[in-house]
Every structure is written in C-alpha cells, then in structure tokens.
Design a protein around this ligand. Structure first.
Ligand code: GN1
Ligand code: MG
Length: 394
C-alpha cells in the first residue's frame, strides 16, 4: 500500500468535486463517484450520512447484496488533522499490528475486531479529491452499535475490556512508529495557553459571558499538569494510546459484547490515564456531554466500577503500579481539558467542534465543568474502587 499522498500534479486525473463539497451536502451521485475511487467490488444500493462524531463526516454505503460488505466512507477533517497522509500511515501501522497480534483467529473474526482500511484503486489508504478533501474507507461492521451514553453495567464492563485490550495489544509496538496527528493533544499547558490567547483576543466579545467558567478553570490549573509532569520525569511510560476513548468509539454487538475500537485518528503516544479518564468522562456522567441543566449531571458509580473492572482485567498484563495510581488523575483531567477546549472554541467562534445550536460549545464546557466538580467530591471513593479492583486482578 502507498502511504504518501500523490503530489498535486496528480489531481488533474480526477473529476472536480470542489464547489460541491463546500456546504457539506453531497448528492448520492457525487458520493458514488467518490466510492468508485476505492478498490471495492460491490453494487451500491444507497449511501447515507452516519454517526454523531464532532469532527469528520461519515457515510454508510449499503451494498445491494445483503450478504456482502457494507462500507464506511469518511471525509477526514483536514482543518483538524493537518497531515492526513501521516494520520493514515499511523492507522495502517496500528491496524496491521493489531491484526498481526490476533492472527491466530479466523480472518472474518479479525475483521470484526479491527478496522480494515480499504485502499483506493491505485493503492493509497485515502483518496484526495481536487478540492483538497481527503476521503477514506473502512469495512462497515454490521450488527454493531455505538452508544453516546452507557445504559448498563455490561456495556461499561465491555467498553473497559475493549479499551484495555486495545492498549495491551499495542503495548509492545515501538512508540516511535506512531507520530502525532495533533501535537500536544492532551497537553493541558498547551490547552490552557490556547484558552488564554482566546481570552486575550476576545474576537467575538464573548469573554463577558464566561467569567465564572474561567475562574473555575484557573483555580484548578496548577493541579492538572500532574500526568505530564510524571511523564516527563519518566515515572509514567509513554505508550501508544487511543486518546479519544469516548464511549461511542467502541462498537458493541447486539448482545452488548465489545467488538471493535474505532476512531483511530488520535492514536498517538500518550499516557494510559488519558484513555481511562476520557472513557469515564462519558460513562460516569448521568447526563449527556452537553447537558444544559447542570443539576442533571451526577455520577453513576456502578457504571464506573464496571468499566474499571473490565479495563483492569484487560490491562493487568502490562500496566505499572504508577500507572494505576495515575488513573484517577486522568478521571479529573479529561473532563477538565475537554471543558477548556470547548470554552476556547466558543471564544474563537466555534471553528473546531461541530455545533448544533448557538452557544453549544459554552453549554458543553459548562456541563464538563459541572462533571469535574462532582468528580472532585467523590475522588476518594473512585480511587478506592480502582485500587480494590486492581488488587483483585494483579
Ligand atoms: C471529538 O470526533 P469525536 O466526536 O469522536 C474530539 C475529541 C473530543 C470529543 C468531544 C480529534 O471527538 O478529542 O473528546 O470530540 N476529537 C478530536 O466530544 O478533537
Ligand atoms: Mg474522534
């Protein structure tokens, strides 16, 4: 498979999609033209928008043959991911490594457990159209579901197992093979710095509405750098981690068994506590990520425990004691850093996260800060659950 992009001179070979892409609304005809660039042999029945991600645009391609594969076509947001060839090269390396680790299993089972990158007809892992948009394709995993919110302990346990196993399978991969797709992604100093810059420039005169959020954030900023400090001191090992372990990034089958970890764009060197914290951010919250009524935001401790159990079982083979002790720090950091990012985007005019209503990013930031507050008051209890469950599996 070719990894690097064909140079710009190559683009004249392709039809022009540019103007059509600008408003995000592609017709089925335009989409089928894109599909035709990929090396698949299928009669397409229809193509429909799919999923609830905040970054990329995703479509499901239905195969006319009900027995054949369906596909997932995605436009990669190259405002967010500046180097798509590098990103796709990471994904190819990671999925190949995972498949190789699972190679004793039957092929169709491996394809259900690990994403399969479909090459273009000229053997690239993505297609770049004339407007500069990048497209990629995976097998669609039929019979699976993703949940924005967890509804029962089995789902939480299975999610923990899946993300733990994902880290475990990658724990023997050379970290230097995987490059940063978004540098400083979970670097809290960098994120706070961006927030400070947004406050200083106050482009849209929105700072006047967010003084409470800003002081809440400032009051905690010194404590939130702990994971980075331990990492720089060599106490926490840098590993290849997922970095976007929102619960909807694991697919479950119809019986709620975990099947496949998806959304591999941010698989990069990082710390295991980031992944643990980002999953807990979505699992433990009794309300949605963007809940407007912060009184609704509470902690579901039994879902937390179920996730921790699944995660610790799967991670027991590689995780260190220091990493175990860092997990609770990730639980507090991830909703906090997410709030910082949402608030920054609100101040910058909603240029990063897709929004569905005006003020959506502010609402999201408020919900995440309310979650931080609740987590702070239950910190000891959560820590105890982690340690008790660790003692059972270590
Ligand atoms: C974005 O694409 P999606 O929705 O899985 C974001 C994550 C955030 C998340 C918040 C590349 O993830 O970091 O945690 O929104 N992804 C990127 O819901 O920034
Ligand atoms: Mg994502």
């Amino acid at each position: 498979m070719w990894i690097n992009a064909p140079d710009e001179g190559y683009l004249h070979l392709f039809p022009i999609f540019s103007a059509l892409m600008a408003d995000n609304k592609l017709t089925e005809y335009q989409l089928s033209d894109l599909v035709s660039k990929f090396n698949i042999d299928a009669q397409i029945a229809s193509i429909k928008p799919f999923g609830s991600g905040h970054i990329n645009d995703t479509y499901r391609i239905y195969n006319a043959d009900a027995e054949g594969h369906d596909y997932l076509l995605q436009r990669i947001n190259h405002y967010v991911f500046k180097n798509v060839p590098l990103l796709m090269s990471n994904i190819v390396h990671v999925t190949e490594h995972l498949k190789q680790k699972l190679s004793s299993l039957p092929k169709d089972e491996i394809e259900r457990m690990v994403l399969t990158v479909i090459e273009t007809k000229d053997r690239y892992p993505y297609f770049k159209d004339a407007a500069g948009n990048y497209w990629r394709m995976f097998y669609f995993l039929k019979g699976t579901k993703s949940y924005d919110q967890v509804t029962n302990e089995k789902q939480a346990f299975e999610g923990g197992k899946a993300f733990g196993a994902f880290q475990a399978l990658l724990s023997d991969m050379d970290v230097s093979r995987i490059k940063d797709t978004i540098p400083n992604f979970h670097d809290i100093e960098y994120r706070l710095n961006n927030l400070h810059n947004a406050i200083r420039s106050d482009k849209l005169h929105r700072v006047q509405y967010v003084s409470e959020e800003i002081s809440f954030i400032e009051n905690r900023s010194a404590d939130m750098g702990e994971i980075m400090r331990l990492g720089k001191a060599g106490i926490l090992p840098l590993r290849i981690v997922h970095n976007d372990t929102k619960f909807n990034n694991v697919l479950l089958d119809s019986g709620d068994k975990a099947q496949c970890v998806i959304d591999l764009d941010t698989v990069m060197p990082g710390y295991v506590a980031y992944d643990f914290g980002d999953s807990i951010r979505t699992i433990i919250n009794t309300a949605a990520e963007d809940e407007a009524d912060t009184a609704m935001i509470g902690l579901n401790i039994s879902l937390f425990e179920a996730y921790a159990k699944g995660y610790l079982q799967a991670a027991a083979g590689f995780i260190t004691e220091q990493e175990i002790n860092s997990l609770i720090k990730g639980v507090l950091l991830l909703p906090y850093i997410q709030a910082v990012r949402f608030l920054t985007d609100y101040l910058e005019g909603d240029v990063y996260f897709k929004i569905h209503t005006p003020g959506h990013n502010l609402q999201r930031a408020g919900a995440q800060l309310a979650l931080v507050k609740r987590l702070e008051s239950s910190k000891e209890k959560l820590e105890e659950i982690i340690i008790n469950n660790w003692n059972k599996v270590k």
